[in-house]
Write a protein that binds this ligand. Structure first.
Ligand code: PMP
Length: 416
């Protein structure tokens, strides 16, 4: 770091006047301190002391129903999944200690990629250490200097960070607005490379994208399309391939991004594609090359889970029933929800402000129910949300119990 700036050029730093690099966080520190001073339990430091099943845990000393995990298909305690993990741990050890392109590709990595190719009926599958890294890697690598990325303004942080890591021009459009997307694409110079990035399910409000119409517009402009199906894999679509499958347009999607941290029930991320040159990504995609690969136990659990999800249509049907039951029950109780109809396994309850949101979150926790408190900047339009995500392992009775808890807590806090 000695290059470029000589001793004589160095700006003078007066002792005691160094700029505190943490001062940029003062606003969030203040908001957090004000919230905690009101006496509520900290919504962002909950500890699961024991996990009893996909839907129950001991949290802060209480037996709690979990309604704020992404364990949509309840695979975390599946006996076959657990057994596969144990076997791999014993046979292959606890970790690979290396990158996929050096010593970090084991038989299990190949097997999970084969399971993904089969699951999606696609030619190529590439596994990353997280879904976050899959977006980071694929987006930053395929869209380079002189290319354009056209994306929904409500895209997940990992999509935005993928854009920031690359050198393409980034053009956002209003959430789910087909016309706005069409206009943005129309203004891109002739001949430039274009990547449209969409999500199947948007995780804050639980709404889905009109992929059929949007992909038609993207293709009209000659753009490639990437769809993040993190919250729909395993659940939405006849085979659980996601919203693009449900809307009959999966064959027009160039890249599907997904994660193992939701329906699959472990950790990891992936991209599947039919692009004939896709395999070159293994050599040029930095978030794939310059990081350690997933442990053998993780890829073994993922492969087993993905293969079981191929036959999960009964579970998918039950999860839809749960989602509809919760959505209609909360609507009848008078809560304001993120969508008019249930569109996914996420049901978002809109809170008037952070104070009421935190009070409601705490009242529910005391009732024995865990949901996610979501606040800006993660949420659209500065909303505070209590985000409920259902699991195929919640029983109908459990959903009724949950509705009773919402009713008591909502009345106590003065929301309904
Ligand atoms: N994409 C979306 C839409 C997500 O919601 C998430 C995680 N919440 C990710 C990607 C990242 O997935 P992972 O947890 O595997 O990093």
């Amino acid at each position: 770091m000695s290059e470029g700036i000589s001793q004589a050029d160095k700006p003078e730093v007066l002792e005691g006047h160094e700029r505190d690099l943490f001062s940029k966080f003062d606003d969030i520190i203040h908001t957090r301190e004000t919230l905690l001073a009101s006496g509520v339990e900290d919504p962002f430091s909950l500890v699961m002391e024991q996990v009893l099943s996909p839907t129950r845990a001991i949290c802060n000393g209480r037996d709690t129903i979990l309604l704020g995990t992404y364990n949509y298909m309840g695979m975390t305690f599946d006996p076959d999944v657990i057994e596969a993990g144990k076997q791999a741990l014993e046979n292959f050890g606890s970790g690979t200690t290396g990158s996929r392109v050096l010593n970090g590709t084991y038989q299990g990595h190949r097997e999970v990629e084969a399971a993904l190719r089969e699951f999606y009926a696609m030619d190529h599958a590439m596994v990353f250490s997280t879904g976050y890294q899959a977006n980071l890697g694929i987006i930053s690598t395929i869209a380079g200097k002189g290319d354009y990325i056209v994306l929904d303004i409500d895209s997940h942080a990992s999509i935005w960070d993928g854009c920031a890591l690359g050198n393409a021009e980034v053009v956002p459009f209003k959430h789910n607005d087909i016309e706005a997307m069409d206009k943005r694409l129309g203004r891109i110079p002739e001949g430039a490379g274009k990547l449209v990035v969409l999500e199947g399910v948007y995780s804050m409000l639980g709404d889905i994208a009109p992929l059929k119409e949007m992909i038609a517009v993207a293709k009209k402009h000659g753009a490639m399309v990437l769809v993040d199906e993190a919250h729909s894999m395993g659940f939405i679509g006849e085979h659980g391939r996601g919203v693009a499958e449900a809307q009959g347009v999966l064959d027009q999607v160039d890249f599907v991004i997904g994660t193992f941290s939701k329906s699959v029930g472990t950790v990891g991320g992936f991209c599947v594609s039919n692009h004939p040159k896709f395999e070159i990504m293994r050599l040029v995609c930095r978030p794939y090359v310059f990081t350690a690969s997933l442990p053998p136990s993780v890829v073994a659990t993922a492969a087993t889970s993905i293969r079981k999800l191929m036959h999960g249509s009964n579970k998918r049907a039950h999860l839809w029933e749960n989602s509809k039951r919760l959505h209609s029950g909360l609507t009848k109780l008078g809560f304001k929800l993120g969508t008019e109809e249930p569109q996914s396994a996420i049901v978002a309850v809109i809170m008037p402000d952070l104070e009421h949101g935190a009070a409601m979150w705490e009242a529910l926790l005391k009732e024995g129910l865990y949901v996610n408190l979501a606040r800006p900047p993660a949420t659209p339009a500065n909303m505070t949300l209590l985000r409920c995500s259902l699991c195929a392992e919640h029983s109908a009775e459990e959903v009724e119990t949950i509705l009773g808890m919402f009713e008591r807590a909502g009345k106590a806090v003065g929301i309904i």
